[in-house]
Design a binder for this molecule. Sequence first.
Ligand SMILES: Nc1ncnc2c1ncn2[C@@H]1O[C@H](COP(=O)(O)OP(=O)(O)OP(=O)(O)O)[C@@H](O)[C@H]1O
Ligand SMILES: [Mg+2]
Length: 415
Amino acid sequence: MASSPSPISQPPHMQTKPGNGNSTAVAIVSIVATVALSFLLVIALYYFYLRRKSQQKQSFSQMSQEFQISITQHMLPAMHVPHIEAQVFTYKQLHFATSNFSSANMIGCGGFGSVYRGVLPDGRVAAIKQLDIAGKQGDHEFRVEVDLLSRLHSPYLLDLIGYCADQDHRLLVYEYMPKGSLQEHLYLDGKSPNLDWGRRMRIALDAARGLEYLHELVNPPVIHRDFKTSNVLLDDNFNAKVSDFGLAKLGSDKINGLVSTRVLGTQGYVAPEYALTGHLTTKSDVYSFGVVLLELLTGRVPVDMKRSPGQGVLVSWALPRLTDRERVEDMVDPVLQGQYTLKELIQVAAIAKMCIQPEADYRPFMTDVVQSLPTEPHSQVAESSPNCRLKYQTSIPSCDRSITFMTCLPCAWKS
Ligand SMILES: Nc1ncnc2c1ncn2[C@@H]1O[C@H](COP(=O)(O)OP(=O)(O)OP(=O)(O)O)[C@@H](O)[C@H]1O
Ligand SMILES: [Mg+2]
């Protein structure tokens, strides 16, 4: 029998038992496979990591885009208004504009500080308000807040031209209103009044449009917080503009965690729920608007404890009269005699009544008020029908408030 050729001989230390070669190959293959798999796994993980990162980056840029859009909406709300950036002034510029903040240039003084007439470097006349809030407001916070407010532009809002946040100085630069505030014209202390019924109604409508813009055309809405006759300013033709919107926020201060009285606005104008709970909504402004409307109707300041007993607080005195057809005329400012129709008076009294009602939810929106105020006083001289009865807000919480408001007004209105 022929013997099979002998294998190539190996040195004894290299000689393996039969089957050993196979297991080495298996070991090598499995090591290589493991390394390759791990490598693939690492690559896959790295790929997913990169993908996730790019998604995050995308969603962040989308988010910042959305943020930009919302800010832009804030800057350019609903109306087609030019985007005018707030101008930043140095203290030196404003010092020069007001001749060293001279008393001759001082035009008023309010809760935030003094107001000066000044001429800006570009020749424009401006009202410069020197705020007495130094130290309370952080530089950045002040700039952001004022920058946002200065981007709100409407024919019915006082334009904030710019501001100064130089070191500790905080100043606001506004357009100048030559006729000053409604308060000055309404309470002339014996001087001949120059605000007739028609002018008062137009001022009410302008101011209502200013608040409507803040509440309903700006996103998010701006609550004025301190709407009153001294914050309604008049130009040469008695066109009215609302001023100092959103400012109470800047002057806000907390004492032991409680909001100070400064934030609570001005006595006589503050809605009861805000005074009691600090809960602030656009309906608080609607209440204040109702008080101003009452002032226009009656020529009386909101609070004067020197008046006869029961007459000190305008709202309390006026409320029962506003709903009483027999007494509504008695409450009208005597200088307005013969300037209005009963229909107009009933209309305006009804609106005032709705605005000052204690239940905030039942107050109208400013859009309702704008649509309901007489646009052209005396233009539709028509007495209200004998059947006309004033109906006021019912207690139907589920019904559409604006519809309720419109239908609650005297039936002759809108005819
Ligand atoms: N832009 C302006 N143009 C003309 N006069 C102004 C202007 N702003 C303010 N004034 C005058 O300065 C006065 C004081 O205004 P200021 O806003 O400081 O105080 P206020 O309205 O009385 O109270 P508050 O500080 O609570 O708003 C106004 O009554 C008005 O006569
Ligand atoms: Mg003011």
